[in-house]
Write a protein that binds this ligand. Structure first.
Ligand SMILES: Cc1ncc(COP(=O)(O)O)c(C=O)c1O
Length: 396
């Protein structure tokens, strides 16, 4: 019998439903007590000193870049295989994006290529490593380089919830780390994001910048004396605040994070075991001492070919087969996705920079050959078995 298996599913229960009604009852719907509680829980979990919730990870990245001082005179290194928002956030500041290719094994920035890029251009002021699909980039190495060349580091940890290197959470290596709570992520607040930092001055700037540049928040004005006078605005800010309904969802999701993450990791290890003998796929790789957060379970479709010396022709040839494989799964009711984009191949960046697909060949390969398969906490055994059986049939 045909089943319908989505790429992911949020874990929303009665607690979430009840929690979002309360702000409606009290009337306090903009960032308030729930957002404050969510921020506390998030900074305690990640062991970061400060956390500021935002309307999305994209807006958190924009705030982070502004707060570390990125201006239109600067350039920022971004991996060429990531969601377009990483690069767009840099463009919001007027700075220029400098792409760096990735390592196909981890889907993360190829740290061995970074030093040459840094040395080639004195306008580079920051690196934005992306902790893609729940796996940290090689952050200890990147932080060493950043120190050597006096660069700032902003981690795009949109997918990095509960991703660790030893006992250090993603987002806490760089000057700032930014997370997403979009429904494709492990914990969800509808839209939503958060920025974490250990730097008091960055935290203060972010708190103001996300609130139009106001020197006092609405909640402070309403709870402290002298609330009748509007605050001063000491910087040109934005409205990137999270609502208190979203904050309430965030609190509920943090309360069940072990349940959510244990379930995701269990399904990921079941995939590891069930797919290991499939020659057409390379399964996700986790370096030693890294703990994968499995925001997505992303394989590389090789069709069983040796991919150690990939060319554009080989990628294009295998890509046709990957797409057929995905279409067959779709016919069986199973949602799959390419991992994410090779951003240099997307029309805006491609046209602007006259990029060719092969300029960042590993990113091009990741875009054309990756396949994310369904992963969610409450996937049943029946659903899991159906996915495996269907994948095997589709490959016949
Ligand atoms: C790597 C990466 N960065 C940034 C974002 C943007 O997150 P948001 O949708 O919360 O703005 C995403 C979302 O998919 C992402 O995957």
């Amino acid at each position: 019998m045909k089943m319908n298996i989505p790429i992911t599913k949020t874990v929303f229960k009665d607690e979430e439903k009840e929690s979002i009604v309360k702000p409606l009852e009290t009337g306090w719907v903009v960032q308030g007590p729930n957002v404050a509680r969510f921020q506390e829980m998030f900074s305690s979990f990640t062991q970061s000193k400060y956390a500021h919730a935002t309307s999305s990870c994209t807006t958190a990245l924009h705030l982070g870049l502004e707060a570390i001082g990125i201006t239109r005179a600067d350039k920022v290194i971004v991996p060429s295989f990531t969601y377009i928002a990483s690069a767009n956030a840099v463009e919001y500041t007027g700075a220029e994006v400098v792409f760096c290719d990735i390592d196909l094994k981890t889907f993360n920035i190829d740290e061995t290529k970074l030093e040459n890029i840094i040395k080639s251009d004195s306008s580079i002021k920051a690196i934005m490593p992306v902790n893609l699909f729940g796996l940290c980039a090689n952050l200890p190495f990147i932080m060493e380089l950043a120190k050597k060349y006096n660069l700032k580091v902003i981690e795009d940890s949109a997918c990095g919830f509960d991703a660790w290197i030893e006992n250090k959470h993603s987002g806490t290596f760089g000057d700032v780390g930014c997370f997403s709570f979009h429904p494709r992520k492990s914990i969800c607040t509808a839209e939503g994001g958060i920025l974490i930092t250990n730097d008091n001055s960055i935290a203060n700037v972010v708190s103001q910048l996300k609130d139009h540049g106001a020197s006092k928040s609405d909640l402070q004005r309403h709870t402290e004396k002298g609330g009748s006078l509007l605050p001063d605005f000491t910087m040109r800010g934005f409205n990137y605040r999270m609502t208190d309904m979203q904050g309430a969802l965030g609190v509920c999701q943090m309360n069940k994070k072990e349940y959510i993450m244990d379930g995701r990791r269990k399904i990921a290890s079941m995939y590891d075991a069930a797919l290991v003998e499939i020659d057409e796929l390379i399964l996700p790789f986790t370096p030693q001492n890294f703990k994968h957060g499995y925001q997505s379970y992303v394989c590389l479709f090789t069709d069983g070919e040796d991919i150690s010396n990939l060319t554009k022709e080989q990628i294009d040839r295998i890509n046709i087969k990957r797409n057929i494989f995905m279409e067959k799964l779709e016919e069986k009711g199973i949602a799959t996705r390419q991992g994410t984009h090779a951003v240099h191949t997307l029309a805006y960046y491609k046209t602007k920079n006259s990029f060719k697909d092969e300029d960042f060949l590993m990113s091009y390969a990741a875009d054309r050959l990756s396949i994310a398969i369904p992963l969610y906490t409450e996937m049943s055994d029946e659903e899991f078995d159906y996915v495996i059986k269907s994948m095997k049939e589709a490959l016949k």
